[in-house]
Design a protein. Sequence first.
Length: 216
Amino acid sequence: MFITFEGGEGAGKSTQIQKLADHLTSLGKDVIVTREPGGTPDAEKIRDLLVSKHTANWDPVTDVLLLFAARKIHMQELILPSLRTGKIVLCDRFTDSTRVYQGDGLGVSPDVIESIKTTSIGAFEPDLTLVFDISPEQGLTRAHKRADETGEGDHKYEGFDMDFHWRLYNGYMELLSKYPERCRRVDATGDVISIAEAIFDIVTAYPESGCQAARS
Ligand SMILES: Nc1ncnc2c1ncn2[C@@H]1O[C@H](COP(=O)(O)OP(=O)(O)O)[C@@H](O)[C@H]1O
Ligand SMILES: [Mg+2]
């Protein structure tokens, strides 16, 4: 089963992916946690370019091309081989992030994104996508707190204006109605433990039959 975690900056994706992995592992499941862009050494090199602030003014179609280049490497080297051996793969961001950030956020047309997507990875989609619902104000407050605590500095998109972050938010909410068979909303405003419990309920209720034809 391939489960993706989606949502804006500071929504709690990276926190919750680890919680779910720990829980599933404690039940004896074979789980791997990965992330995008990146996930393998070569794809992480592409990530370094994409997340660097000096590329913030690139044409967003360039981002889309690099994101799918990295995604294809990640799928071929890690995601598909892991799924074929029966592992549960948890991925922090995937194609939906490209749809929302480069599409809704930066104005690349959905047709262009879907055409590059189909050319690079075909019909492949996650079995289940958890869409974290939290206002951009709340999410960014968390993200800034994280930056202060870790000294990591803020991420490329954290400095973009609030209009941009609200376009991301609306794009994510639209995904829920566009792909209702695989997307589930997660109320991300509560405490870490109650969100983790809600996510575990969604995952255990989800039929494991959503295997993709494109995977075989
Ligand atoms: N439910 C929560 N309540 C309060 N703080 C949270 C919660 N979930 C995560 N955090 C904190 O908020 C920051 C951002 O969380 P993170 O998981 O890194 O978000 P994301 O990966 O979606 O950007 C981190 O410092 C994290 O510890
Ligand atoms: Mg994160």
